[in-house]
Structure formats: C-alpha cells, structure tokens
Design a protein around this ligand. Structure first.
Ligand code: ZN
Length: 429
C-alpha cells in the first residue's frame, strides 16, 4: 500500500484533534472543525449561509448552542453529562429545567437494549423536543426518585458554514470530493470522511501532476449540499466530470462502493476499475441503497456524476450511530490509510484515463519499432500481445479505463505501455 502507514498514524492523530467538537447542522462545532482543516490547508475558504435563507426547497436552520446539559439523580450525582460525552444530549434538543420522577423521565431517555454499553446518537433537527441518550446498562441501574433535568441550549440565527478547497489543474474540468461535517463524536460516520478528504487534498497538492482541477467541500449532510448546490450547480454541471462522496471510510473491515444514479459515469468506471483490480472482495451497493449527499448531487435536474466510496457503509456495522463508533473500536490508522489508498488510486485512474488513437492505417509493423520478437514461434510473446491489444482498441472512442477493463489489466500498467507507443508515434493521446 505505497508508504501510507506513516500517513495512517498522522491521519489518526488528526482525527483525534477534531473528535470532541459538538458538530451539528450549523454552529460552533462546525467552525472549530473547519478551522482545523484550514490550519492544515491554508487556502481553505469558508462559505457562510445565513439562517432563514431559502435554498431550493429548504431553509437554513438556526444555530444550536449548548451551554450545559445533564440530569441530577436522587442521590445528587450528575448523569448523562453532555460535557463528558456530547452524544448524551439529543441533537437540537430544546432547553428545559424540570424535576421529574423516574417513570416520567423514562420517555425522554433513549438507549439500545441490544447494545447495553452503547450511547445512541439521536437528533431531532426539525421537530421540537428534548431528551437524553444513555447506555442500557446505566438506564437499568437508575433508582426510583426525583430526577432534576437541566438543559441550557439556545437556537438563534447564525450561519451554516461550508469549507471549500479548490486545487487548479491544467484543465478547468473538475473532480469533486464531498464529505460531511454534521455529526458530533462519531468516528467512521463523519471523522473518517473529513480526515481522508483532507489528506487526499494534501496528496493532490503535493504529489499529483494534475490534468484536472479538484474541488473539496466539507459540509453538513443534506442541508449543506443543498445550500452549496443552490448557489453553484450551474457551474458544477458545466465543470464536474467525476466526483465522490466520502463516508465511513476509516475502518478496517471491507471496501465498498455505491454508484451514481446514472450508473455509468466516469466516477463509476474509475471506481469499479480500481476496486476490481486492487480491492477484490469489496461490497457493491445499488443506487437504491443511497443515503448520503449523493442523493442531492445526483438528483434529477442536478445530474452530477457522483458515486460513493466507503469502507464499511453507514448502517452496515454494529457500532453505527452509537458511542461505540469511535477511534479505538472502529477507526484505525490502517483503516484510514486504506481508505486514502482507495481514493488516491481512483483519482490516479481518472488522471491516466486518456483516449488513445492509432496514427497508422492497418497494424503497425512492430519489429520495425523493436517491439516484436523477430523469431516467430508458437508461443505468443505476452508483452507484444499486450501492445497489440492496446493498439487494436485505440480507436479514439474508448478510453484507457475501457481498454484496461477489456484486457483485465490495471490502468497504470497500460498507461506506461501507451506512453511507449506514443513516443514511437504509433498512437496519440
Ligand atoms: Zn450518520
């Protein structure tokens, strides 16, 4: 896996830095996360969308701030303390100060009986309510008596913040990388996507001889991509040739892929080529399994070619949307490095995906170019056969990924051969 092991540790260290911020649709946690990204890549731009602004069919919500939230049990001890774990409080919870007996408190407590050690992650963005999330173990140990609920939160107009990194290449055509920044302390389902995107941007800036331009967006899921699209979709439709939503891409289990709605875009071709060549055993989903911002990017009328690259997909691992989705149990240095390796290989496949065209009529006389053994035997020479296969498909219509798939060879190998043929003026691209 190249030399991504060191990078994996650096990535995991970065993930720890942004772990504890209380991210939501809007607010301080997002700004803290974006400022850590900007520390790493100073050209990161922050775009702001005001609360109340209409974006397509939606409206930017108010900012939610938490001052404190906890419950005092009958013995005077604090439980479900938000300052100890931000998952204890339901996202966008209303403020309340109230004394309640245990049986009246129960409807406002949320736990998972089948996962007694897990605090669930629950939000109520668009319905006013309050509530706490607690482990089933702790919940079942609660004693009868009066509980004092203390939640100090505010909802007031502010901004929804989106981070954007633009990296120009020789062409104006762009590859989009999108990831979301709207969950609090959740490792695979959010922090892995932010971390892999950030380190991919660093690789592209440092190591890629860029044909294409690259645009990274860090935004809250759904409302963020809708807000961003509402201002940029015309330009995006003109320039974006491929793109990926990065989600759940830092665990060590499997690799997985969810296609664009159109199903046969350059993004799909490049992703499938790399997965088939280098990540066999990966899991393939269908558009019907969609669940992240690809829903907005591929919506009819927007029609962007955005597929999803993941390790273990959201909803498909037991720790998903609980406190167990953390940087110890689920997301590891090698998991993050593996995710980066996958996306990096897909980006390289896109960069190498030239259209080759034969410059000679009929087959070239290969021995003239020193490309064919002069001794004819019944054993075909695999090297020259490969060159002949590239030549026969160099019709100017098929791209190198198409040819690589037809020949079941990795594109990087074919590209090296195509360069030899180009230098001899046999093909051009
Ligand atoms: Zn989620």
């Amino acid at each position: 896996m190249d030399n991504f092991e060191i990078t994996g540790t650096e990535m995991h260290d970065f993930a720890k830095k942004i772990w504890s911020y209380n991210r939501s649709l809007t607010g301080v946690g997002q700004r803290q996360t974006l400022s850590k990204i900007k520390e790493q890549i100073p050209q990161t731009k922050i775009k702001k969308y005001r609360s109340g602004k209409r974006v397509f069919d939606w409206k930017i919500p108010d900012e939610w701030h938490v001052n404190y939230a906890y419950i005092t049990d009958p013995s005077g001890e604090k439980i479900c303390d938000y300052s100890e774990n931000n998952l204890h409080l339901i996202g966008y919870s209303d403020a309340i100060e109230q004394d309640l007996p245990l049986d009246e408190l129960q409807p406002f407590l949320h736990s998972i009986p089948g996962q007694p050690d897990a605090i669930p992650y629950i939000t109520s963005y668009y319905e006013k309510r309050w509530g706490f999330c607690i482990t089933e173990n702790q919940r079942s140990s609660l004693k009868k008596g009066i509980y004092k609920v203390s939640i100090s939160t505010t909802k007031k107009p502010g901004t929804l913040d989106i981070g954007e990194i633009y990296i120009p290449g020789r062409k104006r055509e762009e590859v989009l990388i999108s990831t979301y920044i709207c969950h609090p302390s959740m490792a695979n389902d959010i922090i892995s996507g932010i971390t892999v995107s950030l380190f991919l941007a660093k690789l592209i800036l440092g190591k890629l001889n860029r044909e294409y331009s690259y645009r990274f967006v860090f935004l809250p899921e759904t409302i963020g991509s809708i807000a961003y699209l509402s201002e940029n979709y015309k330009r995006m439709k003109k320039n974006i040739i491929a793109g990926f939503n990065l989600s759940c891409i830092g665990d060590d289990r499997n690799y997985s892929y969810l296609p664009s709605r159109q199903n046969d875009t350059l993004s799909d071709k490049a992703a499938l080529h790399v997965l088939n060549q280098h990540f066999q055993g990966y899991k393939s989903y269908s558009w019907l399994d969609r669940g992240s911002d690809e829903r907005q990017y591929c919506a009819p009328g927007i029609d962007l070619p955005i597929a999803s690259l993941m390790r273990t997909k959201y909803g498909q691992y037991p720790e998903y949307h609980t406190s167990l989705d953390n940087l110890e149990n689920v997301v590891t240095p090698s998991g993050l490095a593996g995710g980066l390796n996958l996306v990096w290989k897909v980006i390289q496949a896109i960069e190498l995906n030239v259209k080759t065209k034969l410059q000679i009529l009929g087959e070239p006389m290969m021995s003239k170019y020193d490309l064919y053994p002069t001794l004819g035997t019944k054993y075909p020479d695999l090297e020259s056969r490969l060159l002949m296969n590239i030549i026969t498909y160099s019709d100017g219509e098929r791209s190198l990924i198409d040819i690589a798939n037809l020949l079941n060879e990795p594109i990087e190998k074919l590209h090296d051969k195509a360069v030899i043929l180009k230098n001899l003026k046999i093909i051009d691209f």
